[in-house]
Design a protein around this ligand. Sequence first.
Ligand SMILES: Cc1cc2nc3c(=O)[nH]c(=O)nc-3n(C[C@H](O)[C@H](O)[C@H](O)COP(=O)(O)OP(=O)(O)OC[C@H]3O[C@@H](n4cnc5c(N)ncnc54)[C@H](O)[C@@H]3O)c2cc1C
Ligand code: FES
Length: 246
Amino acid sequence: MQQNNVTVVSNYAIAKNVVRLDLRVEGKLPSITPGQFLTLSTGRGEQLLKRPFGIAAYGDQTVSVCFQIVGEGTKTLAKAPVGTQLEAVLPLGNGFPSGYRKVALIGGGVGVFPLMSFAKTHGVEFRSFLGFRSKEYVCCEKEFQAFGALSVCTDDGSYGAKGNAVDLFFESGFKPDAIFACGPLPMFRALKARCEGSDIPCYVSCEERMGCGVGACLVCTCDTLLGGKKRVCKDGPVFRVEELVL
Ligand SMILES: Cc1cc2nc3c(=O)[nH]c(=O)nc-3n(C[C@H](O)[C@H](O)[C@H](O)COP(=O)(O)OP(=O)(O)OC[C@H]3O[C@@H](n4cnc5c(N)ncnc54)[C@H](O)[C@@H]3O)c2cc1C
Ligand code: FES
């Protein structure tokens, strides 16, 4: 984990209210595991507190995040022009485990973005199942198609199949060695219920409101069945779904 100055190299809308920021990192980019996240801020005014975002893509000296504009922090970041210097801490948290050969990626809403970072993983068969609210929120199809088969659905059926990404996966007949998922709480509840008794391990990447992002403030704790409270930023954000109290 290191504090970096990063520079906005591109900033553009990819869906309704959703922006992609590509950032050049000064110095050597540390090694990144898919599922890890970064925290980002302008370092000024209301932006002193860094906001957490999954790492959506990375190169030799670049990292990218995609995010929905929801409040002051994301509004300010979404307006940062090319050339703006931002402060980032990365990479944070524990990503998804390695060693599986056939993986189902299940993403819902803004939860699809951290899963995009598997683009750099080789020797694994990926199939992605992505769910969005409606057509205007659908994005990143090309990025996912570049490393595996992709199925898309929307809640209202305005694009792709009608329904949610969990059902889409279970109806597909795909038999992976592991499931990696990121999305809203109802998605995790559905996965937990449907994976119970199955021998396919299911890992989910959690989102909690965060303060420090590095394990010091305990703002981000979640309840687990055996380990009591755990910090999403430091002990997660990736957990086995059956471990979580949902
Ligand atoms: C590990 C992790 C990865 C994430 N990855 C993404 C992503 O790839 N794309 C995306 O669109 N969103 C992602 N989020 C959610 C994103 O961090 C929030 O939407 C963002 O912080 C909201 O900031 P704001 O100032 O615009 O909103 P406000 O509501 O004004 O935020 C106020 C404060 O609450 C915190 N906060 C608000 N919502 C969240 C939230 N859901 N999670 C954590 N902190 C929150 C903010 O950091 C800020 O300190 C992620 C969250 C976590 C924890
Ligand atoms: S955000 Fe401070 S401990 Fe997790």
